[in-house]
Design a protein around this ligand. Structure first.
Ligand SMILES: Cc1cc2nc3c(=O)[nH]c(=O)nc-3n(C[C@H](O)[C@H](O)[C@H](O)COP(=O)(O)O)c2cc1C
Length: 188
């Protein structure tokens, strides 16, 4: 088994995904990893909608309605592209921050916790032999999508995690320099 430290440093997203997607027991593993995200106040500030198979067509239709609500004159090509977005992977997990506003834990922390849950799922998917990419785009903030999922004003669609079998060779992680983003205090 890969060490978590190696896995974190090697992690890359897979924009192109195909069948097979995770079997149901693997989907459950992803969700179990998601809900182990650090959760201040144990508020369980998340909700996950697992979209597979035909469910992706329903999500695509929702996306098309969202597009048309924003741009009634969208071209046929744009409509089709938008409708097909959920078909870019066998599995799409819609991660929603379903926050508690009447609590001392700030809403932002609850949204972050949901983001961490998404990251946990991505890493777990990779460890299980799949690829994944976290996407948002216009659909995450669309009022039509928000209404469909019955989001309250401070709730957020934190992302759509696309999961499947990566197409082609995995690329290498982009090298990052630490100097531009890290400072050390104290012991040198
Ligand atoms: C909150 C969030 C939203 C994102 N939304 C998109 C998106 O809509 N489309 C996209 O191509 N990448 C999006 N990304 C970035 C990809 O998930 C990915 O991190 C990026 O392509 C860099 O690749 P890497 O993860 O292999 O370094 C998003 C990342 C985060 C954290």
């Amino acid at each position: 088994m890969t060490s978590i430290v190696d896995a974190l440093q090697a992690r890359v997203s897979s924009p192109k995904l195909c069948e097979p997607g995770p079997a149901r027991h693997h989907v459950e593993t992803l969700l179990r990893c998601a809900v182990r995200a650090p959760d201040h106040g144990r508020l369980k500030p998340w909700r996950f909608v697992v979209v597979e198979g035909e469910g992706r067509n329903a999500l695509g239709e929702l996306f098309e309605r969202a597009l048309l609500a924003k741009d009634a004159d969208a071209s046929e090509q744009k409509r089709e592209k938008t409708k097909l977005m959920p078909l870019r992977a066998p599995l799409v997990v819609v991660a929603i921050a379903n926050v508690t506003t009447s609590h001392k834990v700030p809403v932002m922390e609850q949204v972050i916790a949901t983001g961490v849950a998404v990251q946990n799922m991505q890493l777990a998917a990779i460890e299980l032999g799949y690829g994944a990419i976290w996407r948002t785009g216009d659909m995450a903030s669309s009022s039509v999508v928000r209404k469909y999922f019955e989001l309250e004003p401070e709730d957020q669609v934190v992302g759509f995690l696309y999961v499947g079998t990566p197409v082609g060779e995995a690329r290498s992680p982009v090298a990052q320099d630490l100097e531009s983003c890290v400072e050390y205090w104290g012991k040198g």
